[in-house]
Design a protein around this ligand. Structure first.
Ligand SMILES: Nc1nc2c(ncn2[C@@H]2O[C@H](COP(=O)(O)OP(=O)(O)OP(=O)(O)O)[C@@H](O)[C@H]2O)c(=O)[nH]1
Ligand SMILES: [Mg+2]
Ligand SMILES: [Zn+2]
Length: 339
């Protein structure tokens, strides 16, 4: 049975109450930060230096120094915005030797992965990402979700890499190849892996080296399990109990978190999504973010073409000539209507 999205069934009053509670929580977080800051101000702090945010949960922001030491930091109001996992920041450590510090400012972001969150807000999941590792489960690959992530990657100057996990669950990979060959033709790299057996994992080593890579996808597809292949010991990400990957329900990873590869490079584990909504995408630019459409369709007659009813639509023409698949066209339209 399809799961209902509870957010869609709330009354205005309930929504108002939730927003009110959110506001209260933000205020109390702010208060806690202020207290931490005042405590720090009493002791001395060292001069500003560079560091990277490795997690941000509630009022708890962790910054890592170049030696890998971690500090719980207060955010100075001058920082302007909330730092997220992957942000480069200017910060100072406490001089009393405690693992605390204060963040002065956030360096300009190269890019950021964002999604709509509850109540019309935009949530920034992580920043300064090289590779968007779109993770799918081999037994139930959700290509609609993949198409959305590919748009986000194209629009935000991240390279998307597709990771199809749990191939141990399939007897043969032929049907999978049929699904993903068209993406290979578009120039995307696809890796078939099993976090359980280790199959295919070695192929990812070279891909991830010296890059900042974020693993994204539905809950339960095995993002944390994959990362756990490289990260051993206590720091290992928590892995969910056995359940089918779904868009709803259970989420084992609740906050984006940063891990280092011993070979160089870093991995960000992110919480699974129900759906991935796109933000800051202009309708008119959407078709250009579909590589197959961008490459094979002639420009439409009208610059604001919706690619549905207009005459001389390059996209529809490309579909009728078989240069763009009906499935990708439908996927593009679904996203178009969701923007
Ligand atoms: N058969 C099989 N199961 C796997 C594989 N990788 C992960 N799993 C199982 O899938 C379930 C979910 O794994 P997680 O790694 O927690 O998934 P996740 O994507 O991090 O989920 P969230 O943190 O909720 O987003 C666990 O029961 C894993 O043991 C795999 O390669 N093969
Ligand atoms: Mg996880
Ligand atoms: Zn058109």
């Amino acid at each position: 049975m399809p799961r209902r999205n509870p957010a869609k069934h709330l009354t205005d009053k309930q929504r108002g109450r939730i927003d009110e509670m959110r506001e209260q929580r933000l205020q109390s977080d702010h208060e806690k930060k202020r207290v931490l800051w005042e405590k720090l101000a009493e002791s001395e702090i060292f001069p500003p230096e560079e560091g990277r945010v490795i997690s941000h949960f509630g009022f708890n922001v962790e910054v890592e120094d170049p030696l890998g030491m971690r500090f719980r930091c207060a955010i100075r109001e001058t920082a302007g915005q909330e730092p997220v996992c992957g942000d480069w920041v200017q910060w100072s450590r406490a001089a009393n030797g405690s693992p605390q510090g204060v963040i002065w400012s956030i360096y300009a972001r190269k890019n950021a992965l964002q999604r709509p969150s509850f109540g019309g807000h935009i949530q920034t999941v992580a920043a300064n990402i090289d590779l968007l590792m779109v993770t799918l489960s081999a037994d139930k690959p959700n290509v609609g979700l993949l198409d959305r992530y590919l748009v986000a990657a194209e629009a935000n100057a991240m390279e998307a890499v597709v990771v199809v996990n749990k191939i141990d669950k399939l007897d043969d990979q032929d049907s999978l190849s049929q699904v993903f060959n068209s993406y290979v033709e578009m120039g995307y790299r696809i890796y078939y892996v099993s976090a359980h057996t280790g199959q295919g994992m070695a192929g990812l080593d070279a891909v991830l080296r010296d890059k900042t890579s974020i693993f994204t996808g539905h809950s339960g597809v095995g993002k944390s399990s994959i990362i756990g292949r490289w990260i051993q010991g206590e720091a290992r990400p928590i892995i969910g109990a056995s359940h089918e990957p779904t868009g709803g329900g259970r989420h084992t990873t609740t906050v984006a978190r940063f891990y280092h590869l011993s070979t160089g490079g870093s991995l960000i584990d992110s919480p699974g999504v129900r759906e991935f909504g796109l933000v800051n995408i202009a309708k008119g630019a959407l078709a250009g973010y579909f590589r197959d459409i961008a490459r094979n369709a002639r420009p439409c007659r009208f610059s604001d073409c919706s690619h549905q009813h207009e005459p001389e639509c390059g996209v529809k023409e490309a579909v009728s000539l078989g240069k763009v698949s009906q499935r990708r066209y439908d996927s593009m339209l679904r996203i178009f209507h969701s923007l």
